[in-house]
Design a protein around this ligand. Structure first.
Ligand code: FES
Ligand SMILES: [Fe+2]
Length: 361
């Protein structure tokens, strides 16, 4: 793949070139170079309620359909295994269920709950069997409160990231968050997935694009903090709007924080509001189509539809309008690349440097 350089110094840097968003070759290669190496949300741990201990899922549904299975063992520890039988590749678990061992229904191969090979009919004469590779491969799981994440071939350790997030939002009772299916939704956006992320990563457009949100947020006070594989945008409220109740001795104590917008490279957004958490997962479909999954978890119902966390559907539609406009514009023969606002587009610049690094490795 052709190298794409993004200058580290934002004051002289150019954005990713339009060719990045137009190239089918680059789009395809990002699957290996970026997404297989990423961490993805499996689900809230309540996905395995009492009387169930196996939950089949895809790594990134509708994009990377790598078959995986989440297992809860007898000590209530979670494991993630490949859901592909090591005999002739049948899918082992088809539905959420309670099992004592994993049994492939095709020819009866069995595995223990930790993925180790257990038994197989008609293999008495097989030599050098079973080998280590006849066990089910296990993948790393990391937890952010009750949320389970998996990495297949992760390029970074997410544990320290989660530790820092949990420290920052320590006053939010993560274990009290409950999933609200009625407030969760998928959006289909007619744009490259990275254009959707670009837009998310700056609050620069808020006064221009989001009238109502702009009435709640204090644009002048909007902060972007850059960390290694994630960044944080902090939205501050205008007086009288809903804010977090932040305890003394916390670094944000005394500030009118309306929302913490975390972005995890490359495609996960964790938006904390005084009512709870909105998780957005950006899933590429093709070069100009993206599915964005909005998952809503609430702990304080009374604050829903207040402050920066209100009218999220309207805000999303407003974002889609501009992102789809950019998708059209990026295909212009006469647009090559842009420049960054050094004060307002540090998040987008961060994303572009991470993408260029992944592409060039
Ligand atoms: S494919 Fe699983 S036992 Fe044959
Ligand atoms: Fe927006």
């Amino acid at each position: 793949m052709k190298k794409i350089e993004v200058e580290n110094n934002i004051k002289i840097a150019e954005t990713l070139p339009s060719s990045f968003y137009k190239s089918e070759v680059i789009f395809d290669e990002l699957k290996e170079k970026v997404f297989y190496k990423s961490w993805q949300l499996i689900d809230h741990e309540s996905v395995l309620p009492v009387n169930t201990n196996a939950y089949p899922f895809d790594f990134i549904k509708d994009y990377i359909s790598e078959p995986l299975v989440l297992i809860k063992d007898d000590n209530n520890d979670f494991k993630c295994l490949t859901n592909v039988c090591t005999h002739r590749a049948n899918i082992i678990i088809n539905d959420r269920c309670k099992i004592n061992d994993l049994r492939c229904m095709y020819h009866g191969r069995k595995f223990y709950l930790d993925g180790k090979f257990k038994s197989m009919p008609e293999f008495e004469d097989a030599e050098n069997f079973p080998r280590e590779c006849d066990d089910l491969k296990e993948f790393k799981i990391k937890k952010l409160g009750p949320f389970l994440f998996v990495g297949l071939e992760p390029s970074f350790d997410i544990e320290s990231v989660f530790k820092e997030i949990i420290e920052r939002v320590s006053f939010i009772p993560l274990d009290k968050l409950t999933h609200r299916g009625d407030l969760s939704k998928d959006y289909l956006v007619n744009s490259h997935w990275a254009l959707y992320c670009d837009n998310y990563l700056e609050g620069f457009h808020i006064p221009f694009v989001h009238n109502d949100l702009n009435n709640v947020l204090d644009y002048g006070d909007y902060d972007t903090e850059i960390y290694e594989n994630y960044n944080l945008q902090v939205g501050y409220a205008k007086d009288g709007e809903e804010i977090f109740d932040i305890p003394e001795n916390h670094i944000d104590h005394g500030k009118n924080v309306a929302a913490y917008y975390y972005w995890l490279y490359p495609n996960i957004m964790l938006n904390f509001y005084p009512w709870g958490l909105s998780i957005n997962i950006v899933k590429p479909i093709n070069i100009s189509k993206t599915k964005v999954q909005f998952l809503t978890y609430v702990f304080d119902e009374s604050k829903l539809e207040t402050g920066a966390g209100s009218s999220l559907d309207k805000v999303e539609r407003e974002d889609e309008f501009v992102v789809e406009g950019v998708q059209k514009g990026i295909n212009s023969k006469f647009y090559k690349a842009g420049r960054f606002s050094p004060s307002k587009e540090r998040g987008v610049h961060h994303f572009h440097t991470l993408l260029s690094r992944s592409i060039n490795t």
